[in-house]
Design a protein around this ligand. Structure first.
Ligand SMILES: C[S@@+](CC[C@H](N)C(=O)[O-])C[C@H]1O[C@@H](n2cnc3c(N)ncnc32)[C@H](O)[C@@H]1O
Length: 220
């Protein structure tokens, strides 16, 4: 099969950004503040935030679940596009980062509609199920530790409604998924996860080369 997806050179990437981003001033401020942190590379890319925002509007998402919030770029991108009666559940294990995200949700005026749960996402997901939230969410975004991606995906399959969407980030894992000499646990898990989801009859997927690679899984 010949390759039709374009390779992004740096100038072409800059063109893409300058001809598609419509960053809210708060998104820009948060991105710049996050850039100063040692773990800045974990942040969701602005073009991914833009993509999430457009999806939220186009799909009329009202209930959004996020697994892995970090300093809040993706949740801010979503929150800015949720309707007035939209709600979000955000899961993050690190208090300090969750608090930074919260500051921006407050500035953007939607903090009261975010149910932030600081702790291990695996526990929070079980709590959500125990609270009767199965089938409650329109869209879930998985962006936390890779070894638990399968657990997150299984929980999301229960928590997202039929015809809802599960988005999984980092599926190309810096390109390491195709490098035979990369046998670390994260890479192996990402490979196994990608194989499983591709074969999973419960979802229909598309894998996009956006950011570090994003899979969109439509729940049947
Ligand atoms: C790639 S970052 C998320 C980026 C974020 N979506 C953004 O918009 O910038 C992954 C986050 O998942 C969190 N995380 C990792 N493992 C977790 C776990 N077991 N439970 C909850 N959060 C976890 C990390 O603390 C980190 O903030």
């Amino acid at each position: 099969m010949s390759q039709k997806t374009i390779q992004l050179t740096e100038p072409l990437y800059q063109y893409l950004l300058s001809h598609s981003l419509a960053e809210h001033p708060l998104q820009k401020q948060l991105r710049e503040e996050t850039d100063d942190l040692p773990m800045a590379r974990m942040a969701t890319a602005p073009e991914q935030g833009q993509f999430l925002g457009v999806l939220i509007k186009a799909l009329r998402v009202k209930r959004y679940l996020e697994i892995g919030t970090f300093t809040g770029y993706s949740s801010l991108s979503v929150g800015l596009h949720l309707p007035e009666d939209g709600e979000m559940v955000a899961l993050e294990r690190k208090q300090e980062w969750a608090e930074m995200a919260q500051v921006y949700w407050e500035r953007a005026g939607f903090a009261s509609r975010v149910d932030l749960r600081v702790g291990n996402a695996l526990d929070s997901l079980q709590d959500l199920l125990a609270e009767g939230k199965a089938g409650w969410f329109d869209l879930a975004f998985i962006d936390a530790d890779k070894p638990h991606y399968n657990d997150y995906f299984e929980a999301c399959l229960q928590l997202v409604r039929p015809q809802g969407l599960i988005i999984i980030d980092n599926v190309l894992w810096h390109g390491n998924v195709i490098k035979a000499d990369h046998t670390d646990a994260d890479t192996e898990e990402m490979r196994a996860f990608n194989r499983r989801v591709h074969q999973d009859p419960r979802v229909e997927i598309t894998m996009l080369p956006l950011g570090d690679g994003m899979t969109l899984a439509y729940k049947q």
